[in-house]
Ligand binder design. Structure first.
Ligand SMILES: NC(=O)c1ccc[n+]([C@@H]2O[C@H](COP(=O)([O-])OP(=O)(O)OC[C@H]3O[C@@H](n4cnc5c(N)ncnc54)[C@H](OP(=O)(O)O)[C@@H]3O)[C@@H](O)[C@H]2O)c1
Length: 348
């Protein structure tokens, strides 16, 4: 077993890590960190638990420590679910202390020597680890996963991007409240309502999507150049981000070919049969009323993205429309980091 720690273990994503790692065949949780508010308490006393399964017995009485590498002993991998401003300061210290950091935070994502990876999309970007260790003199390293709405979008764009020339993509999101963390959106602001703004979300989606689909020459990522415009909205759903996608291609296409490319898409994690990899990363539904958050967010243990309402736009030539849904704290956060760590453990 590989000893792992969770940084920010009491938050929405930290709890998801604990839930997903409960029966993991390779990773065993041996350290939990959070802020000074929680440090020194047993995990069950420090956390306000929101998962739909009980707190695993193995961590109930684990003492939460301050997020400081000198307090995290004999750990090989740390999963970071820290707020971005803390991650920027603390994650490098864990890497410097020799640990492998698999991070959800945005702080380090766009650093040119830090891989931003979705294992089904751009595993080759992991080659940047060597450059990072050389540049920074670290024994450990940092690997990041994208923002929650970006992961779901890019998983569906990848098979189409490989097959067609995409000119422009427009995306309108309907994002769950858990995406903002437990204290993120007050109930009075979201019940019976929606909020048509999520700070920095559109910028992250646009930058990270182009970067993930960019050209990597072994040293530098040249971002993809298609037009991408997003509009991000918070809706009163607990878990599961829905996105309406509109895409203009350079060429005519057959809808059945598009469906087949999405349905059949498999990549390295499926080939390696990684524990957290979905058998089918993209599920295509034919019903007019799918995907829906309550029905589709847990497909393949929350690791698959469901696509529905695939149609050719009757008014704009060479244009495709669809709706996708991904679980934001599983495929879009904790599950994404765990899959990155499984891939790294397998290939490095
Ligand atoms: N939620 C999502 O869907 C999602 C998706 C992708 C990425 N992310 C990213 O994942 C990270 C965590 O998000 P979240 O939604 O889980 O946030 P959250 O619910 O607010 O949890 C934050 C965690 O960080 C700890 N923390 C806060 N301030 C700290 C400090 N100064 N030093 C050390 N630890 C500190 C908190 O501990 P205490 O309990 O002690 O305060 C808590 O464990 C963020 O960077 C977020 O952007 C979230």
């Amino acid at each position: 077993m590989v000893n792992v720690g969770i940084l920010g273990a009491t938050g929405m994503v930290g709890q998801r890590f604990i839930q997903l790692l409960e029966d993991h065949p390779k990773f065993e949780i041996t350290a939990l960190t959070a802020s000074q508010r929680s440090a020194g308490k047993n995990y069950q006393d420090a956390v306000t638990w929101h998962m739909d399964t009980p707190i695993p017995e193995a961590v109930e009485d684990t003492v939460v420590v301050d997020t400081d590498p000198s307090l995290v002993k004999d750990v090989d991998i740390v999963f970071s679910a820290l707020p971005s401003e803390n991650a920027a300061v603390v994650e490098p210290k864990f890497a410097e202390a020799g640990m492998k950091v698999a991070s959800n935070a945005s702080a380090m994502r766009m650093e040119p020597d830090v891989p931003l990876v979705i294992p089904e999309v751009n595993p080759e970007h992991l080659d940047l680890i060597e450059t990072q260790q050389k540049n920074r003199g670290w024994e450990g390293f940092i690997v990041t996963n994208p923002n929650c709405s970006t992961i779901a979008l890019v998983l569906t764009l990848k098979p189409l991007y490989d097959q067609y020339n995409i000119n422009r993509v427009y995306v309108s999101t309907m994002q769950a409240v858990s995406g903002a963390g437990y204290n993120g959106v007050p109930s009075m602001a979201i019940l019976d309502n929606l909020v048509p703004f999520i700070g920095e979300e559109e910028e992250k989606m646009e930058e990270e999507t182009r970067y993930l689909l960019g050209n990597f020459d072994g040293d530098i990522v040249e971002p993809a150049s298609f037009g991408l415009s997003t509009s991000c909205h918070r809706v009163p759903v607990v878990d599961g981000h829905t996105e309406a996608v509109f895409m203009e291609m350079d060429e005519n296409f057959e809808l059945d070919d598009v469906k087949k490319s999405l349905k059949d898409y498999k990549a390295l994690p499926q080939k390696l049969n990684l524990y957290s990899a979905p058998k089918n990363p993209i599920i295509v539904r034919e019903e007019d009323n799918r995907p829906q958050p309550r029905m589709d967010r847990m497909m393949e243990r929350g690791m698959a993205v469901t696509v529905g309402r695939l149609r050719i736009d009757a008014n704009i030539p060479k244009s495709l429309k669809y709706v996708l849904l991904g679980h934001n704290t599983i495929r879009g956060a904790a599950g994404a980091s765990i899959l990155n760590a499984e891939l790294i453990s397998e290939i490095m």
